[in-house]
Design a protein around this ligand. Structure first.
Ligand SMILES: Nc1ncnc2c1ncn2[C@@H]1O[C@H](COP(=O)(O)OP(=O)(O)OP(=O)(O)O)[C@@H](O)[C@H]1O
Ligand SMILES: [Mg+2]
Length: 266
């Protein structure tokens, strides 16, 4: 059997008295998109942050391509091939797209005689990357603070994947985007899948998650409550039932019966 690109075993995390994650196991293959859904506070972002090296788990292990890894920081996780597109995007508004992409990775300092040529090289590789992802930017030279939410999202996506990571994590990638911008982000995710990346997508937009995911896990109260695969098929009301912690099978032939729990009282 093929080894999983990413695998988590028995991951636990608590914050003071709050048990945010309890014994989470998951795996993602190369070329697979895993959707992660769940109510507010279910533990989705905490889980993604652990995978991205923002914080260590209290217990449990993370493996990449079958080897256990320990991340000391997000930069460390990035070196191991894990990239994350953050919910708040984390771009520098006063810099343009090229500078945002190469921030911290610039080839030379500005005072070097070759700096201008380097800028040309960075600009060209930015254009190539955007082309590969099918992303159109209004301008590479405007400060990104002047670009729309969708354009900013596109830059954040490009930045996360420019170093060709094994695992790419999106936390709410389509929240607050207009429909055409959403489609662009979803297309970029599909492109990543076809290039063999393992992709995790956290979202409250069930329509988007369903359209893009090969498999979906539902987090509830810090644990994996259910799993659905696109191949086997599932109905939207089953996702919703798992999110709120109701048994969908109880009412499977008739969706309404599953929703009206209190009808059985007494
Ligand atoms: N840094 C922190 N310090 C203390 N508690 C935290 C911290 N981060 C998360 N929590 C708690 O852990 C639990 C899980 O939070 P998390 O942000 O992972 O949820 P989520 O599923 O991403 O929710 P949302 O859908 O609202 O983004 C919540 O009870 C939250 O209050
Ligand atoms: Mg969150």
């Amino acid at each position: 059997m093929e080894t999983d690109a990413l695998r988590l075993d028995g991951v636990c995390k608590s914050f003071g008295g709050v048990q945010a994650l309890t014994n989470v196991n998951l795996r993602v293959s190369k070329g697979e998109v895993l959707g992660v859904i769940g109510e507010n506070g279910a533990g989705k972002s905490t889980l993604m942050k652990i995978i991205a090296g923002v914080m260590p788990p209290d217990k449990g292990t993370i493996s990449l391509d079958g080897s256990v890894v320990h991340f000391g920081s997000p930069a460390d996780a990035a070196r191991h091939g894990v990239a994350m597109v953050y919910q708040d995007l984390a771009l520098c508004d006063n810099l343009d797209a090229v500078s945002n992409l190469f921030l911290g990775a610039e080839i030379v300092g500005r005072r070097w005689p070759g700096a201008r040529r380097r800028r040309g090289a960075m600009r060209r590789s930015t254009e190539e990357l955007l082309e590969r992802l099918g992303i159109k930017l209004r301008s590479l030279d405007l400060p990104v603070g002047q670009l729309s939410g969708g354009q900013r999202q596109a830059i954040a996506v490009s930045r996360a994947i420019m170093r060709d990571p094994k695992v790419v994590i999106f936390d709410e990638p389509t929240a607050a985007l207009a429909v055409n911008q959403r489609d662009e982000v979803l297309r970029a995710i599909a492109r990543l899948r076809s290039e063999g990346h393992a992709v995790l997508v956290v979202s409250h937009e069930l329509v988007d998650v369903r359209s893009i995911s090969d498999r979906i896990i539902v987090l509830r109260l810090g644990g994996v409550a259910a799993e659905f695969t696109a191949k086997e098929g599932y109905a939207e009301h089953e996702l919703v039932a798992a999110i709120v912690g109701m048994s969908a099978s109880a009412g499977a032939p008739n969706a309404k019966a599953g929703v009206e729990l209190h009808g059985d009282n007494g």
